[in-house]
Write a protein that binds this ligand. Structure first.
Ligand SMILES: [Zn+2]
Length: 350
């Protein structure tokens, strides 16, 4: 194994460096990971542009990480050298009220790899064994990098208590919207209505990701169509995966969500919405927050190994680690065809 390695450091907004540094040594309770693939997320883009208030600089970005364990500390018991792994990015203290009540993803002292502390855009790095999960060796690296975004679908639909007899409305059919669509299908939902302003994106949602009905909110009357599809009842669950200013208010429009419905915002927009008490209490709606994920690494990796997700087209762009400049170039000059990028490290394509 090499003594030196490369890492990507965002030194301040719009500046990054490739640094040559020694390969780290794992502590007794840590494993040394050779990074194999890393997803590029919207939050990495916000970090590079200086738009993430929780980010510190300098920072190694990257929270969608998979790799091979090359060395383990002497106290490690479940993970061995050679294991293919996915790495949890939500660091928690394990002692606060939230951690003690099964809500560790919103720990009082939560620290997130790739924004609050260094992430995985580097050739080697160490992590505590307790945050590392073994995945099936047969999963291609280019797919494995998407386990993390798929956990978002599993967690948000779990938070939403999605069940077979739900009628689900999903606003926005980008990466997260289509992932939520797949998670709902896996949970047995019969009626999923996807809504977007892009016909091609809606077609993709229907063809590949399980949407039963599609509505173009630019050209169609959304409430009227939802009422037609649901025989006048409305949807029982609505996900706002569009997450633009006003989108949450929009999904709460009477006629889209029924009485006792659940509304789940997916974004982190800081622009105030026009939501009234009447909009919530007139129908006794549940507004359910969701952040990152909890306890989803193993079930999601298992679903992927069993071929339960449609992976083709979920990532649109693959960039070699040696061509990392291209990732930053795409952030500065966005190409609409680039919806989801995965960085592939040496050996990931074999
Ligand atoms: Zn905690």
């Amino acid at each position: 194994m090499a003594d030196m390695m490369k890492e990507v450091v965002v030194t301040e907004p719009y500046h990054y460096e490739i640094r040559e540094v020694p390969v780290p040594e794992p502590k007794d309770d840590e494993v040394l990971i050779k990074e194999m693939a890393a997803g590029v997320c919207g939050s990495d883009i916000h970090i590079y542009r200086g738009e993430n208030p929780n980010s510190r600089y300098p920072l190694i970005p990257g929270h969608e990480n998979v790799g091979i364990v090359v060395k383990v500390g002497k106290d490690c018991k479940k993970i061995k050298a050679g294991d293919h792994v996915v790495i949890d990015y939500v660091l928690r203290d394990g002692t606060c009220w939230q951690c003690r009540h099964g809500r560790g993803n919103v720990c009082e002292h939560v620290l997130v790899r790739g924004s609050g502390t260094d992430g995985g855009w580097r050739e080697y790095w160490t992590a505590q064994e307790s945050y590392v999960y073994k995945i099936d060796d047969q999963i291609p690296w280019k797919d494995a990098a998407l386990i993390e975004p798929l956990t978002i679908g599993e967690h948000s639909t779990t938070r939403a208590r999605v069940a077979e007899d739900d009628t689900v409305f999903i606003f926005g059919t980008g990466t997260i919207g289509t992932i939520i669509c797949q998670a709902c299908k896996l949970k047995g939902v019969k009626t999923i209505i996807c809504c977007d302003i892009s016909d091609s994106s809606l077609e993709r949602a229907k063809r590949d990701f399980g949407a039963d009905y599609t509505i173009n909110s630019k050209t169609e009357d959304v409430v009227k169509r939802v009422q037609e599809i649901t025989d006048g009842h409305g949807c029982t669950v609505a996900f706002d995966a569009a997450a633009f200013p006003g989108s949450l208010t929009f999904v709460m429009t009477p006629g889209i969500v029924c009485n006792a419905g659940r509304v789940i915002p997916l974004g982190f927009s800081t622009v105030p919405e026009k939501i009234t008490q009447q909009m919530i209490n007139g129908r006794e709606l549940d507004i359910i927050g969701t952040r990152m994920s909890l306890n989803q690494w193993e079930p999601t990796a298992k679903n992927m190994a069993e071929g339960k997700y449609h992976m083709q087209g979920l990532a649109t762009t693959f960039v070699k680690f040696e061509d990392i400049d291209q990732v930053f170039e795409n952030i500065v000059h966005p190409d609409p065809a680039v919806k989801k990028t995965v960085i592939l490290f040496p050996g990931a394509e074999d």
